[in-house]
Write a protein that binds this ligand. Structure first.
Ligand SMILES: [Zn+2]
Length: 138
């Protein structure tokens, strides 16, 4: 496809950095949306494009980080439970370790009414009548 240049009237419109709002220099490439990188007197880089995308992705990154930490912490807690009590624990023992079955990655309910909760590396099979939970490594 043949490359075309922007029409004059568009090139003359003032444009602004999408991150900091400073005007972009006239005559900059039409696709430029951010200030060019520059260094302050302390040698710190000012990079509006990177800052913009970091900020934009921050909420998802935080959410993902928090979820990943929960998954990891729960797996460590289950490993501790196994070491301390073996592969059958009570609801009280789970609660004492702050492990909540509802935080599982996935769950299923068997025909006989047991709840199978999947954690990272483990299944916990809960019997709500006996308040006992079987831990299985997967
Ligand atoms: Zn900027």
């Amino acid at each position: 496809m043949k490359k075309t240049s922007l029409p004059d009237y568009q090139a003359q419109l003032p444009r602004f950095c999408e991150h900091c709002g400073r005007p972009l220099p006239p005559g900059e490439h039409g696709l430029r949306k951010f200030c060019a990188k520059w260094y302050d007197q302390f040698g710190q880089v000012n990079d509006c494009k990177s800052d913009f995308h970091t900020l934009k992705n921050k909420p998802q990154n935080d959410e993902f980080r928090s979820y990943r930490n929960t998954v990891t912490t729960d797996a460590e807690t289950i490993a501790t439970l196994l070491t301390k009590f073996g592969n059958e624990v009570t609801t009280a023992q789970l609660a004492a370790q702050s492990l909540e079955i509802t935080r599982s990655i996935d769950y299923d309910i068997t025909e006989d009414g047991k709840i199978v909760s999947q954690f990272h590396g483990y299944l916990i099979i809960s019997n709500s009548l006996t308040q006992k939970h079987q831990i299985e490594k997967i």
